[in-house]
Design a protein around this ligand. Structure first.
Ligand SMILES: Cc1cc2nc3c(=O)[nH]c(=O)nc-3n(C[C@H](O)[C@H](O)[C@H](O)COP(=O)(O)OP(=O)(O)OC[C@H]3O[C@@H](n4cnc5c(N)ncnc54)[C@H](O)[C@@H]3O)c2cc1C
Length: 392
């Protein structure tokens, strides 16, 4: 069994960073835990920034992971407004913006992502990642105001929905033939296209031409980039995120990575995957903490995410690439937007499932995905057949 580290330093005060501190204490680690966070705010969850908070329905406080006193009560040295500028692996120290150094026994990288930028001549495009970004975007909403959204991914669509609910005129431009095409494919992408058109969004698909679009503000949602500069400069293996093994350890056994930046060797999926979603940032830290404390731990949860737009709520579990998908089977009513979609491979095994406005599905479907159950597509499509009976 590995030795318990003398101290743990966590870089990045987002959900994954805060949850790592929590998991270490929950597992009884008694050594020093330091959480170095570039933002000036207590670690918070980002999903509300494009949903309840952006719509003015939820208070920001609801998004905070732990109140201030939690850190003192759990003896976590939370340093806000503190950017780590370098990792010195030989000395086992990190360097801060002011030149001071902090020693570590084990280092956990949880530096997350940042929005990809897009240069739009004549405009000062907004992006959405932080609390302040959400406030700036919210200030552009209202009757008579015009918002141009560039990008039909989750962020672009959720901001479009929030803006429409505030009465804003919204034009959304997406280069692909459907929104969310890369994640959901054409059939399910169309569900979201129809949803937004019905709610009055001027949706322009298959085009990146922004000329002639009148707007008071522009929101760019064209994806994020993992913040891997520190890891790269320190010589860790980086390729679309920081490469980690099944227990979230990097190519340096004393350095771990969790959340958006971790390109993880997933034991169930049998491939590397980097997931830019809330549930990964929430759950990976427990596995990392266990491994840090010498347990034989692997992170094996399937990817999961959710979205809310207007009156549509959805969850997605699993991982279906377009290359692996042979067909999509639907159980329920797509026109009413009450259904479950399943992505199947060429052996009729479920790769992923998305439930739209029907609930309690992921827990039922997860075992079918993990066990690689060969299903009968007709039974799967039949809402009266229990999930336990859909096997061939
Ligand atoms: C608006 C929005 C809505 C979202 N909605 C959903 C959703 O509905 N469902 C879903 O599943 N996922 C959603 N996500 C994705 C989810 O929020 C992310 O996957 C999650 O935030 C990742 O957490 P993280 O801790 O890995 O990274 P982050 O949340 O990015 O946190 C990383 C932190 O590290 C800090 N940092 C970076 N570099 C340094 C450094 N050198 N020194 C110190 N600190 C540093 C950053 O400032 C940041 O605070 C949404 C994301 C956004 C932005």
């Amino acid at each position: 069994m590995a030795e318990v580290p003398e101290s743990v330093v966590i870089v990045g005060g987002g959900l994954a960073g805060a949850k790592t501190a929590e998991a270490l204490r929950e597992r009884g680690y008694e050594g020093p835990v330091t959480l170095l966070a570039a933002e000036d705010e207590l670690p918070y969850e980002r999903p509300p920034l494009s949903k309840g908070y952006l719509m003015g329905k939820d208070e920001f406080d609801k998004a905070v992971v732990h109140p201030q006193e939690w850190y003192a009560e759990h003896d976590v040295d939370l340093r806000l407004g503190t950017e780590v500028t370098a990792i010195d692996r030989d000395a086992h120290e990190v360097e801060l913006g002011d030149g001071t150094r902090v020693p570590y026994g084990v280092l956990v990288l949880a530096t997350g992502s940042e929005p990809r930028a897009l240069d739009i001549p004549g405009a000062k495009p907004l992006t959405l990642r932080t609390h302040a970004d959400a406030d700036r975007i919210k200030a552009t909403f209202g009757e008579g105001k015009r918002l141009l959204v560039v990008g039909g991914g989750w962020i672009g669509l959720e901001v479009a929905a929030a803006a429409r609910e505030a009465g804003t005129d919204v034009t959304l431009v997406e280069g692909a033939e459907q929104p969310l095409l890369g994640v959901l494919g054409p059939e399910m992408g169309k569900v979201f296209a129809d949803l937004h058109r019905e709610h009055g969004v001027d949706l322009r698909l298959g085009s990146t031409d922004l000329s002639g679009i009148e707007a008071d503000a522009v929101l760019v949602g064209v994806g994020v980039r993992p913040r891997t500069e520190l890891a790269e400069a320190a010589g860790l293996e980086v390729d679309n995120g920081v490469l980690v093994d099944s227990s979230l350890r990097t190519s340096d056994p004393d350095i771990y990575a969790v959340g958006d930046i971790a390109n993880h060797d997933h034991p169930v999926l049998g491939r590397r995957i980097r997931v830019e979603h809330w549930a990964t940032a929430l759950n990976q830290p427990a596995a990392a903490a266990a491994a840090i404390l010498g347990e034989d731990a692997a992170y094996d949860r399937l990817p999961y995410f959710f979205s809310d737009q207007y009156d549509l709520g959805m969850e997605y579990v699993g991982h279906a690439t377009r290359e692996d998908t042979a067909r999509v089977v639907v159980r329920g009513d797509v026109d009413k937007r009450e259904f479950v979609a399943f992505w199947l491979d060429d052996q009729d095994r479920i790769l992923a499932a998305m439930n739209v406005n029907v609930w309690d599905v992921p827990d039922e479907v997860r075992p079918l995905i993990v066990d690689r159950t060969v299903v009968d597509p007709d039974k799967l499509a039949d809402p009266d057949t229990a999930y336990s009976d859909v096997g061939r």
